[in-house]
Design a binder for this molecule. Sequence first.
Ligand code: AMP
Length: 215
Amino acid sequence: MKIVILLGAPGSGKGTIAKRLSEGYSGFRHMSSGDLLRDAVKLRTAAGIAAEDYMRRGELVPDELVARMVSDLMTEAGGAGTLLLDGFPRTVAQAGMLDGAVAACGAALEAVVLLEVPEEVLVGRISGRRVCPACGAGFHVVTIPPKDAGFCDACGAGLVTRKDDDPATVENRLAVYRAQTLPLVDFYAARGLLRRVDGAKDADAVTDELRLLLA
Ligand code: AMP
């Protein structure tokens, strides 16, 4: 099992690209820490209840909650292929936790892909983002519009805006990214693992580029 970290600001396309690779090509699996946490909130687990307020404010949840995800990761990390980590690690401390988990399950950290996107593009992408509360499918009012405006193509439920996609929270999430996650760029560059990709291109082009890069 190879582990590939997708690094990038909110709205850089980590989830979209990981989903396209895992659904379109065999050998890729997708693990989104944000999705795991949102599921935990929906299911009202202890971790979900503890994480909810941090997520609503656009802050990172404490590392002890993330430790739970690391153990999920170790279960996921068995088998062959490439596991795409979307949203984890987000701090240098979490990168240390990941190193421990990767070593414990005999996997290998193959690459860290940084999706680079100018901030004005990020804000435009996030403000148009819509999600299906029933099945989790993602849309964008301009770039990935649903066939029937406002309704999910897959299951027909009414689409919603994620609570943490409102403009004030987005500002906070970008500030948190700059302060806490951006240091990972130098951290992984120093280990020779960083690959920079232009994430402002359309999703098909970025998906193709990643597929070749990770082949
Ligand atoms: P995302 O869907 O990746 O943008 O994550 C949504 C929210 O979940 C973030 O704004 C954080 O509050 C929380 N979250 C996701 N991944 C992590 C992580 N690795 N560490 C701490 N908080 C996280």
